[in-house]
Design a binder for this molecule. Structure first.
Ligand SMILES: NC(=O)c1ccc[n+]([C@@H]2O[C@H](COP(=O)([O-])OP(=O)(O)OC[C@H]3O[C@@H](n4cnc5c(N)ncnc54)[C@H](OP(=O)(O)O)[C@@H]3O)[C@@H](O)[C@H]2O)c1
Length: 267
């Protein structure tokens, strides 16, 4: 089956669709005949992208919400089930990056990162579980990061929430398997988006956003359980995971090329 055929006629909710990875996935899938609901906070940007998606002749709507707001995400679920009857693909992609150096660790930034990246992912996928169990169908996708696999320097908030996203999706995968629902987690390396538009640290093997969208689309169509990309970063991550702590602690801060004067911030 051609990749496009998997998406044709399906309906998808994509969070974080006002920019970067989520926006490009929405446009690509719409061009393949998939109905798309685009969620994020910046309504005007969502409307622009939804209009671009509709130009392919599919239904596309902008649904503005903060993923940390459980009631708002449940309202989106209600709206989409009323409009389409069923949503096949739920992509929990909304997220914030950030830096939070240990000596000046900012708990407010940490709390907000947890609310968006971790609670926000659960708020996105969980409301759709009952409808998916009823149909014995559907795919739940969490977009985590390769930063999930070790505590990266100056990234305690980001790495910890991305690791927790992976564990959340894994537990859901195990629990929902016998109900015909597939839960999976995507771990991108560096992708050219507004989130990586800075020079605070080295970002090797950066991939263009469209290449990222194709790789994600293939991973979903193939029902991967866990998917790491691009392959050079997957290999580096594998090596990184095997480093003993004494070596990791000395080597990785040097290799990261991080600036020394980094202040806590969300990206
Ligand atoms: N780019 C990379 O190199 C990379 C690498 C690994 C993982 N990732 C992950 O990929 C995902 C997408 O990142 P990106 O690179 O596409 O970044 P991006 O261009 O900055 O997009 C982030 C998206 O998340 C949305 N968002 C942020 N906070 C939100 C909130 N509270 N409620 C609803 N939506 C919210 C933003 O929309 P609004 O501001 O309009 O709400 C935006 O649409 C993130 O989870 C990120 O951690 C990215």
């Amino acid at each position: 089956m051609a990749l496009q055929d998997f998406y044709k006629g399906k309906a998808a909710l994509i969070t974080g669709a006002s920019s970067g990875i989520g926006k490009d996935l929405a446009i690509l899938w719409a061009s393949w005949g998939c109905k798309v609901a685009l969620a994020a906070r910046r309504k005007e940007l969502l409307e622009e992208t939804a209009a671009e998606c509709r130009s392919f002749g599919v239904d596309a709507i902008a649904v503005s919400a903060d993923v940390a707001d459980r009631a708002a995400m449940e309202r989106i679920r209600d709206e989409l089930l009323a409009r389409w009857g069923f949503v096949d693909l739920i992509i929990g992609n909304a997220g914030v990056g950030g830096l939070n150096p240990g000596p000046i660790f900012d708990l407010d930034i940490h709390r907000r990162t947890v609310e968006i990246n971790l609670i926000g992912l659960a708020n996105t996928v969980v409301p759709f579980i009952p409808s998916m169990i009823e149909r014995r169908s559907g795919v739940l996708v969490g977009v985590s990061s390769l930063a999930a696999f070790r505590g990266l320097p100056k990234a305690g908030s980001y790495s910890s929430t991305k690791a927790a996203q992976g564990r959340l999706m894994e537990s859901l995968r195990v629990d929902l398997r016998q109900h015909g629902v597939h839960a999976m987690c995507i771990h991108p390396g560096f992708v050219e988006t507004p989130m990586t538009d800075h020079d605070d640290f080295r970002m090797p093997f950066m991939v263009p956003v469209r290449k990222s969208s194709i790789l994600i689309s293939k991973a979903i169509a193939r029902k991967k359980r866990v998917y790491l990309y691009p392959w050079p970063m997957k290999i580096l991550t594998g090596i990184n995971r095997m480093l003993p702590c004494w070596l990791y602690d000395r080597l990785v801060p040097k290799l990261s090329g991080q600036k020394s004067d980094i202040k806590p911030k969300m990206l």
